[in-house]
Every structure is written in C-alpha cells, then in structure tokens.
Ligand binder design. Structure first.
Ligand SMILES: [Zn+2]
Ligand SMILES: [Zn+2]
Length: 133
C-alpha cells in the first residue's frame, strides 16, 4: 500500500498541530485556519480522521484534543502514550514497548482484539514542577 499525498487541508491541519506546543481542539484548529480557507468544522474533522489513521496525529481522549505525533518511538501507531501537564497544558508523547506488550497481554487475556491503545497520564511536567514559587 502506497501512502497517498496529503491534501491541502490535511497539510494545513497537520502544520498547525506541529507548530502548537500543546494539544488543540478541533475548534482551535478551525480558528487558526479560518484565513486559509477552512471554514467548516467538518473540513477539520475530515482532515483529522485521515491524519489519525495515518498515525501522524493522535487524539487525546481526556482533553478531546489533538496533537501531532512526535514520531520518536510511536509503536507503529498501535500504541501512543502521553503525559499531559495540568499546569502548562503540554502533552509529551512517550512510548514503552514493555507497556505496549503488557497492554496486548491484558487485551488477549480478555480475548479482546486491540487496534490502538492510548495511555494518558495527567499531572505536572518536569518544567512546571521545578518552577520557583
Ligand atoms: Zn505518535
Ligand atoms: Zn507543565
């Protein structure tokens, strides 16, 4: 299967996500792309759907927001993990192959066929916890 080139809308949405230090809601994305010709939420949702399928964007369920994949250790799109700071709102992507395996085992113990696992840890990031005061 060859990867299709991204459409203009998909490139725009991915670009906005890559530039943002923190996760963005679909509305945030729409707002940033208003002057680029994207006017309808549906255009943003359609683009996000494809980007998520491609594994270049992840959805954070707890925030109902989206982030560009950092692409570091993402396990083929089958697991993504995020540490989400309650203070600054940044989401740092992590991946752990042992955790991934563990999740697969838990699922298969329940005869569940996992397609994608998202692990979200909320708390305070290193940067915020070391800020004075
Ligand atoms: Zn990723
Ligand atoms: Zn923080």
């Amino acid at each position: 299967m060859t990867a299709k080139p991204l459409t203009t809308n998909q490139q725009l949405v991915l670009g906005v996500l890559k530039q943002s230090p923190s996760p963005l809601s679909a509305y945030d994305i729409l707002h940033k792309l208003r002057n680029k010709g994207i006017k309808a939420p549906l255009q943003v949702y359609r683009a996000l759907e494809v980007l998520i399928d491609l594994g270049v964007t992840h959805r954070l369920e707890s925030l109902n927001a989206f982030v560009a994949c950092s692409g570091k250790n993402c396990v083929q799109g089958s697991m993504s993990g995020f540490m989400i700071c309650n203070s600054c709102g940044r989401a740092e992507e992590f991946c752990d192959s042992q955790l991934h395996e563990k999740l697969q085992h838990i699922a298969s113990d329940h005869r569940f066929m996992p397609s994608h696992s998202v692990v979200e840890i909320s708390g305070i990031c290193a940067r915020c916890s070391t800020l004075p005061g």
